[in-house]
Design a protein around this ligand. Structure first.
Ligand code: BES
Ligand code: MN
Ligand code: ZN
Length: 491
């Protein structure tokens, strides 16, 4: 994986292939570039140069600047400029420069209402996430020259470090997107375990339980979900143990990795079933987030558990009416085989606690109901502990992985009561689908702080979001949040 080079320099340094200048909607011309000022002014008067968010105008400088091209990037209304706006502007620039590549210089603007280091971080993320292409499986790759270097003009405190970290994190976000976009014939549970195994290093240990070991540990829920597929389930485990860990916290990251969700006997409709290759996005996020934390050498211990399975239909499928026994001993009546995510997570949560996780957070594309509630931008957060919920929300807010709190309440529990078993895996009422899934998971979350992020909406896009996610498919949602959370836990 190539990593973009990051440099901080004073304006005018070097001869970049392109120089980006930001322009707010309420400004007439961008913070100028000497000899080009007149031309910019003319374009502004003509109405061609405007600062709408996501708009770009390219000028070829013919020697009037050290840069061969100047790209004016609209950031919207000055007072409304936030990290998302800068990411969106940077993504637009990156896409505009697809046929140019090379070195992009970006002028940080200290008159924007966003600190310089936050601007730098957003520029790097927007550029790298915006330049991502999901077309890896095309036999002919058109255009697409890589941006190899980002030079940030306008140093400030911490700009260097923040921008470098953003480059590393963005690389892992795109790695997670590649996994989510991988077709299910190329990414079975075993393939995912192998991809994880390749990440092993001096302080990152990776292993996987095979179907037999899963059965031996009594993981009847994961085992049943994975049973119909010729590609059997895996429980993938990563242990990041830095020598300099600062506290006795063990961050437990748990991910849902259904490599393809056909729904099982409770079969999904054919329309858009193909998008269910992305039902492993939570698992990809926790693996990538762990790898990023390890690369950044964050001083916090992490235990990552990914429940990987393929939910198919066969003569050996689990059925509606079956009663399963999860690893924690609880019995589950299956009322819908398409509510499989909570089943595999039940065993993964138990395993994470058994292996010593103190603060648990799971990521899952769990319910269509969550996507109905929040769309493609926010994920929903459920937690059993106020302090832990606040930690997660604060990290989410700082990271750009948008997350909003949703309730748990014991009065909801009766909707997953079963006549025959300890609980059932889905309700026939069409109410609070995302909450009931979370109430179900709570039964397996063990002792201690636990949070659950339902990322069904932002995890895998059906279309461009119109911001810095300009493509359909995997977003790598969760990777940035995880790194931010791990950083805060180690501070
Ligand atoms: N993977 C799906 C949820 C999903 C739907 C994710 C759309 C992303 C986009 C999950 O396994 C599922 O099928 N959930 C069911 C649960 C129901 C049967 C209780 C759902 O949401 O319909
Ligand atoms: Mn399902
Ligand atoms: Zn699913």
């Amino acid at each position: 994986m190539d990593e973009v080079a990051i440099e901080v320099s004073s304006p005018g340094g070097g001869s970049p292939d392109a120089l980006a200048l930001v322009l707010a909607e309420d400004d007439t011309t961008p913070g100028s570039d000497g000899d080009l000022q007149q031309q910019l002014q003319q374009l502004a008067e003509d109405g061609e140069l405007r600062g709408e968010l996501g708009r770009t105008v390219v000028l070829h400088t013919n020697g009037a600047s050290t840069a061969r091209r100047v790209v004016v990037a609209g950031v919207g209304k000055r007072a409304e400029v936030d990290a998302d706006a800068v990411r969106t502007a940077a993504a637009a620039v990156a896409r505009r420069l697809r046929d140019v590549g090379g070195t992009l210089a970006w002028t940080l603007d200290d008159s924007l209402p966003l600190p310089l280091d936050e601007q730098a971080r957003a520029v790097v993320e927007g550029t790298l996430l915006g330049a991502y292409s999901p077309g890896r499986w095309k036999t002919e790759q058109k255009g697409g020259k890589q941006i190899e270097r980002i030079v940030l003009y306008g140093a400030g405190d911490g700009v260097d470090e923040t921008a470098g970290r953003a480059a590393t994190v963005s690389k892992w976000v795109n790695w997670a997107r590649d996994l989510a976009n991988s077709p299910p014939n190329e990414l079975t549970p075993e393939d995912l375990a192998q991809r994880a195994a390749q990440l092993a290093g001096p302080n990152l240990e990776v292993s996987a339980l095979d179907p037999q070991q899963i059965d031996e540990l009594g993981m009847g829920a994961l085992s049943a979900v994975g049973r119909a597929s010729a590609n059997g389930p895996r429980m993938i485990v990563l242990r990041y143990e830095p020598a300099n860990a600062r506290s006795d916290v063990v961050l437990g990251l748990v991910g849902k990795a259904i490599t393809f969700d056909a729904g099982g006997i409770s079969l999904k409709p054919a329309l858009k079933m193909y998008d269910m290759k992305g039902d492993m996005a939570g698992g990809a996020a926790v693996i990538a987030g762990t790898a990023a934390a390890a690369e950044l050498q964050l001083p916090v211990r992490i235990l990552t558990v990914v429940a990987a399975a393929e939910n198919l239909v066969s003569g050996d499928s689990f059925r509606p009416g079956d009663i399963l026994r999860a690893a924690n001993g609880k019995t589950i009546e299956i009322t819908n085989t398409d509510a499989e995510g909570r089943l595999v997570l039940a065993d993964a949560l138990w395993y994470a606690r058994r292996e010593g996780a103190t603060n648990v957070l799971d990521f899952a594309t769990l319910t269509g109901a969550m996507e109905v509630a929040l769309g493609d931008l926010y994920a929903g957060l459920f937690a059993n502990d106020d302090a832990w919920r606040n930690d997660i929300l604060a990290a989410a807010q700082a990271s750009g992985d948008h997350t909003w709190p949703f309730p748990l309440h014991r009065r909801y529990r009766r909707y997953v009561d079963s006549t025959y078993a300890d609980m059932k895996n889905s309700s026939e009422l069409r109410q609070a689908g995302a909450v009931l899934a979370a109430e179900f998971l709570k039964e397996f979350s063990g002792e201690g702080p636990w949070g659950h992020i339902d990322m069904a909406g932002p995890g895998f896009l059906e279309r461009s979001r119109g911001d810095y996610y300009t493509q359909r498919g995997g977003t790598g949602y969760g990777v940035r949040l995880i790194v931010e959370l791990a950083r805060r836990l180690s501070a």
